[in-house]
Design a protein around this ligand. Structure first.
Ligand code: HEC
Length: 246
């Protein structure tokens, strides 16, 4: 053993002193950490939010949580990469500025299904309802699993005020009034989304079901970034009707 150590030089010997080795490794990592973090604090914040960026409405937040809970992000990224082929298929590349209020971010890299970063407004609400209930009904041959329970499970909004307050503490600009009125705001937007689904020929029983929250969220994706790119306002049909109280 000792012959082995000396034959392999100083590094081997160092590895033989676990305590010294641990201290030196920790020091090396600490130096790296400081070098990575210092610039962020020196310039006073890593990412400036996009000018047109608005926080999610309470209903969209509820939909986002369903998106995470159902594991949609296991198959769908939300990050258009800066390549020509991606731009042609999905639209302009994603930026950090448009994700400034994302906690946690859902960029991802797994694409069993297409990227969804620029999805908002691509399809009518009813398309999403049908697609979630049975993906092959809108996309023949789809291997996406069906989520029919979203059309029957009651939407739970009770946690929204606490959620908005929590996000406000993380820097998302929700006011106390936004948090206090979150459930009512969400219900109003849910009614509006449900009414549009009916107007598009869909079923008239979804206003208090999970699907309306998910649809509201999906229709919001990429909308703020699109507004930043174009001079005239582009809003998804339902987010326009419910403004957050400020
Ligand atoms: C097992 C992988 C998988 C999971 C999980 C999954 N999807 Fe998909 N998704 C796909 C595939 C594949 C497609 C392309 C075929 C189609 O349109 O159904 C797709 C398509 C889509 C589209 C259409 C995108 C477009 O631009 O045409 C949307 C919207 C979508 N999925 C949303 C969701 C949501 C929301 C969830 C979670 C409730 C989800 N997906 C879960 C695989 C998946």
């Amino acid at each position: 053993m000792s012959r082995f150590l000396s034959a392999n030089g100083a590094h081997r010997r160092l590895e033989g002193w676990p305590l010294v080795f641990t201290v030196l490794t920790t020091l090396a990592i600490l130096v790296g950490t400081v070098v990575e973090f210092a610039p962020i604090f020196l310039v006073g914040g890593a990412v400036e939010p996009l000018e047109t960026l608005e926080p999610y409405t309470p209903l969209e937040l509820a939909g986002r949580d369903l998106y995470i809970a159902e594991g949609c992000n296991n198959c769908h990224s939300q990050m258009v990469r800066p390549f020509q082929d991606e731009a042609l298929r999905y639209g302009p590349a994603s930026t950090a500025a448009e994700g400034a209020y994302e906690t946690p971010f859902l960029w991802g890299s797994k694409r069993t299904g297409p990227d969804l970063a620029r999805l908002g407004g691509k399809y009518p609400h009813l398309w999403h309802v049908r697609h979630m209930e049975e993906p092959t009904s809108t996309s023949p041959g789809s291997i996406m699993p069906p989520y029919p329970h979203l059309l029957t499970t009651e939407l739970d909004l009770d946690g929204l005020p606490a959620k908005l307050r929590g996000l406000a503490r993380l820097g998302v600009p929700y006011s106390q009034a936004d948090a206090a009125g979150a459930v009512a705001t969400a219900r109003a937007q849910a009614d509006s989304v449900a009414a549009q689904i009916v107007a598009q020929g869909g079923p008239d029983r979804l206003a208090d079901r999970e699907i309306v929250a998910l649809v509201a969220y999906l229709q919001r994706l990429g909308v703020d970034a699109a507004r930043a790119a174009e001079p005239e306002p582009v809003t998804s049909p339902d987010t326009a009707t419910v403004a957050l109280t400020r």
